[in-house]
Design a protein around this ligand. Structure first.
Ligand code: SD4
Length: 329
């Protein structure tokens, strides 16, 4: 390399090294982020309130975050009126309800299942993958076989009322390659992250994914680093929204790594959203949302579009919080 070019590159590198992380604070209303004193749980969407309550029963007794997040999201999985989590979920284009879930603890142990059919609590199967096997991820018939061997109960899916909607959808959608919609009305995966009284983090994420997706499609939710990531030195993050876009930027891992570099949770989520926006020319219906907590108990979120909210539970708060966002629908 010529000496002059070398110095030029050196000057650019020097300038880059003093660039500060993006500041989102001027764009935020105070209510969209905060700091917790003691244990904290964040969960995506309105169903997060009930899930947080169940999880809190464990944290308030000094229990572990890993047990709290599993208990919490099981509440959402058990809600048969929920159309995008658990066995009440909508099927894929071929009429199969396929479930994705993952879980991760403070020791970076993790477990995941994807494309799993007919089992009521995929999050607990993911936990069993983590606790009982040498593996991280089991999919499809292998995941089902493992679930049955572990004694998990089977469930018949889709539910009759869901099947009726599906049959109607099939009548109206002869072209099976039509892009399924994911917008503010039809998605509500639960991603839950928590810090316990010991300051340890865990997270869980579970979904039936996009309604009427292609058979075999797996989203971000069961992928460690995309739908969920925990690093006990730094904090935790989870995601909801269009899984393909979240996978492309390794979303939740990106958020945690940005917090490691000094970004606040909101700034980190905002930067992940910025990357998604910059990498997609067509943002139609491309909602993606991130939630994060750092080691000091700071929490925050950011989404591409308005409309994303999350449930917050601490010693003093139990409420829904509107996320900061980049643009209005
Ligand atoms: C997926 N991320 O399968 C999930 C969908 C979702 O709220 O989050 N819906 O892509």
């Amino acid at each position: 390399m010529k000496r002059r070019t070398f110095f030029k590159l050196g000057a650019i590198a020097g300038a880059l090294s003093v660039i500060k992380p993006l500041s989102a604070s001027n764009l935020l209303e105070a209510s969209t982020e905060g700091i917790a004193d003691g244990p904290i749980i964040l969960s995506t969407w309105n169903h997060g309130l009930a899930a947080n309550s169940a999880a809190w029963e464990i944290l308030e007794k000094g229990g572990k975050a890993i047990d709290a997040v599993e208990r919490g999201v099981r509440v959402t999985e058990a809600d048969l009126t929920n159309r995008s989590v658990g066995i009440g979920g909508r099927p894929d284009r071929d009429g199969h309800v396929t479930l994705d879930a993952c879980i991760m603890d403070e020791q970076s142990r993790c477990g995941s299942v994807a494309f799993l059919e007919g089992i009521a609590h995929p999050i607990s199967v993911a936990r069993a993958v983590m606790d009982k096997t040498q593996h991280v991820m089991l999919v499809g018939s292998g995941a089902k076989k493992f679930a049955l061997e572990m004694g998990f109960k089977t469930a018949k899916t889709p539910l009759p009322e869901v099947k009726k909607d599906y049959e109607q959808w099939r009548k109206e959608n002869k072209n099976l390659f039509v892009k399924p919609e994911i917008n503010h009305e039809n998605h509500d995966t639960i991603g839950m992250i928590a810090m316990d009284a010991n300051g340890d983090f865990s997270g869980a994420c579970t979904t039936s994914g996009w309604a009427y997706k292609m058979h075999g499609r797996v989203g971000d939710s069961p992928i460690i680093g995309a739908g969920l990531f925990v690093d006990n030195e730094v904090g935790a993050a989870t995601a909801t929204g269009m899984g393909e876009a979240i996978i492309r930027i390794a979303g939740s891992h990106t958020v945690v790594e940005l917090m490691r570099q000094g970004y606040t949770p909101t700034e980190a989520c905002k930067e992940a959203v910025r990357r998604i926006i910059s990498k997609h020319k067509d943002l139609t219906n491309l909602q993606c949302c991130f939630l994060a907590i750092d080691k000091k108990g700071n929490y925050g979120s950011y989404s591409v579009y308005s409309g994303f909210n999350y449930a917050l539970k601490t010693k003093t708060e139990d409420k829904m919080v509107d996320s900061a966002f980049d643009r209005n629908w």
